[in-house]
Design a protein around this ligand. Sequence first.
Ligand code: UT7
Length: 320
Amino acid sequence: MKHSKILGLGSYLPEKVLTNEDLEKIVDTSDEWITERTGIKKRHIAADDQNASDLGIIAAQRALADAGLAGSDIDMIIVGTATPDKMFPGTACYIGDKIGANGAPAFDVTAACPGFIFGLSIADQYIKTGFAKNILVVGTEILSRLMNWEDRSTCVIFGDGAGAAVVSASDEPGILSTHIHSDGSYGELLFGNNAIRGQLGDYPEPQIVMRGNEVFKVAVKTLSAIVDETLEANNLEKSDIDWLIPHQANIRIIQATAKKLGAGMEKVIVAVDQHGNTSSASIPLAWDQAIKDGRVKRGDLCLLESFGGGFTWGSALIRY
Ligand code: UT7
């Protein structure tokens, strides 16, 4: 059986920046509260004419350039997104068309924040079975379009962005294992209500609804458990991990997971201050930044982990 590895990574943040100070003018909040409770300082907001596919295409093109491949080399496109361009076609179809991968299967994964990890897990299976050689996995979100700008408990947290990885067949192990889970019994704690006619529920517009404090507690417990699950599956010690690359939801959740791993924050990639919670885009955005600035190097052992609406959660252990 073949192995799969990360051949290239790319990311993109829209130009417009919304700072905590900007938010103070919109809702009853403060830079102090947001910084202390979440670690976020700013988030990026997509332009009116940008959809999730537009952000994803730029990240995808950067990942292809990093991998030294053309779009026509891609055998499959998987997009994690909670904010697709349309109900259908999948956002992956638009990205596949723009990069010139017409004919390759392209589909979206609705797994909220861990969408990119779910995508990596699917890509890993298809490559190991020999069905595909190069798979593009994208996480892309325009969460600003799902914001209720009067709800201070959600609108200060989320932002827009995209990240992408080219996953390719390899003789050397790259993706060592992936672990994905869901539990729909928690569905009411965090959801984006449906835009289909008659399914808006109790809300006048499509929006993210979150019982933040309850989500927080389950997230901390679940992410700690998945760190153990991943280490056990690979027969590794905590100290073997070079980098923890967590979902960028809240600095306090990140710190709690790092503590569980027994890792100082110097082994943790933190980007939540720069772009808030970009859901499925947050891990490839943070990871790409850390590679480009020289922190994460080829051969480093990276533990990726994420948690989100569903609940869904997952991890990937990757020799980069
Ligand atoms: O990405 C997928 C998963 N999502 C997450 O992991 C998010 C998890 N949850 C969180 O990150 C945190 O729960 C939040 C950041 C959403 C909220 O922080 P918290 O410390 O759990 O606050 P809380 O909801 O317990 O609220 C504490 C207080 C409340 O006021 P009272 O009732 O104590 O007077 C809120 O009304 O903070 C108030 N509050 C705010 N105050 C100023 C809530 N949002 C704000 C705000 N500015 N933006």
